[in-house]
Design a protein around this ligand. Sequence first.
Ligand code: UN1
Length: 505
Amino acid sequence: MEQTLKKLGIEPLNAGTFDGSWSKVSSGTQISTSSPINGAELAKIATSTDEDYERVIAAASDCFKQWRTYPAPKRGDVVREIGDALRDNKQALGELVTIEMGKILPEGLGEVQEAIDIADFAVGLSRQLYGNTMHSERAQHRMYEQWHPLGNVGVITAFNFPVAVWAWNAMIAAVCGDTVVWKPSEVTPLCAIAVTKIVGEVAKHHGFPALFTLLTGDGPAIGQRMAADRRFPLISATGSCRMGRSVGETVAKRLGRSLLELGGNNAVIVLDDADLELVVRAVLFGAVGTAGQRCTTTRRLIVHNTVLDKVTKRLVEAYKQVPIGNPLESSTLMGPLVNEQAVKAYQQAVARVAAEGGEILYGGRLVEGAASSLYVMPTLVKANAGMDLLKEETFAPILYIVGVDSIEEAIAVQNGVDQGLSSAIFTSDLRKAERFLSHAGSDCGIANVNIGTSGAEIGGAFGGEKDTGGGREAGSDSWKAYMRRQTNTVNWGSDLPLAQGIKFG
Ligand code: UN1
């Protein structure tokens, strides 16, 4: 652990504010971050003061005025170098994700890869920020749309993807000509500091030291302040529905834009003709991966009653074989939960199962003799669709299994929650798969066939409907959220015809 921190320039006490240079560590109050692996303190961080906040916004706003004049493909060059710098640091950064957040190393490395992938995507995008051209109804007129840089983008991220989700926003925002102010989760500040050090060097080298700035807080105060601040035309926030509702309301009050990627309550539907081998593998990754702390984690398994017993038995067998332990060790499949609060949420959910008419089939308790009190057993629950628990997102490895008699019932159960992020169906029947993907099928932002709910590629737009917040990040045309659109009409004739054929005077 020490080696990793050293490689990434993490000190025992770190500045948590970056405005193009790092603030003094003596300024703010200090928070400490510890590893869920063994509870050991990793480092202390000086949080951002009110003055730090103002300095960061001023530096980002100044930087924006320069950065937006820099041609988009050149902005792409800077992002390409950032992708290379992330490649150079992939191992150490992946380790830091694992050490500070607790996901297993292959997932920590995968997360850094996701950041590299979006950098590559953004480089290509920097030459493809296309606007449309329309045919004007007026003679000798040209009409078209262009996309301009937006300004400072405030990026508020959660602990569970402490590198990748910032990168989805930051890499795209940067090629769009925006500056990025990052407020990471107070649970994973070191990941943010390490990333800011790496990308800050590249940005500085190109003369834009305040392109990617950082604010560290202790709790929601800084995020709320950003949400209310008109100097952020866009706030992109990832986290719980509760947080998103509060940020969204505050941003809406000043008529700003928000891009929200909030809670999921993702289901996998298993039909009677499903390839069960694929089901078990996909559900294991989806429900146990990242210890159930992805927004895309599989939380509900909706199974056709004819295969319910078979699927349940196979999953119990598979769950028994999940090695739980130190996420840095290659044999481990599941590490700890991130903190005590997460363990409490897990325990509270487990405690409600019986009262709500469910039955714990496997797990439901802490791992005995573990290196910290944060290791829980992945849990399988026999459930029914009416249980209140199934409507909630508990950020822990608890999978509720529900039996159904038809695809119609399965889709109704799957859609019968407030969240709408990710969903999947396992079937060999093309018609049923298409039914699931149709307008009358899954109501989620992501709907997959014979693939689980988590582990999306960056090339598609990522996000969900309903209480998930409606935002789309990463690939496809998500970039449009980070720019402002302008419609231009140019008259190159010598008359002034009016639209709609109006004669005036
Ligand atoms: C998140 O949990 O906030 O699709 C993001 C996935 C990852 C991203 C998850 N690519 O599971």
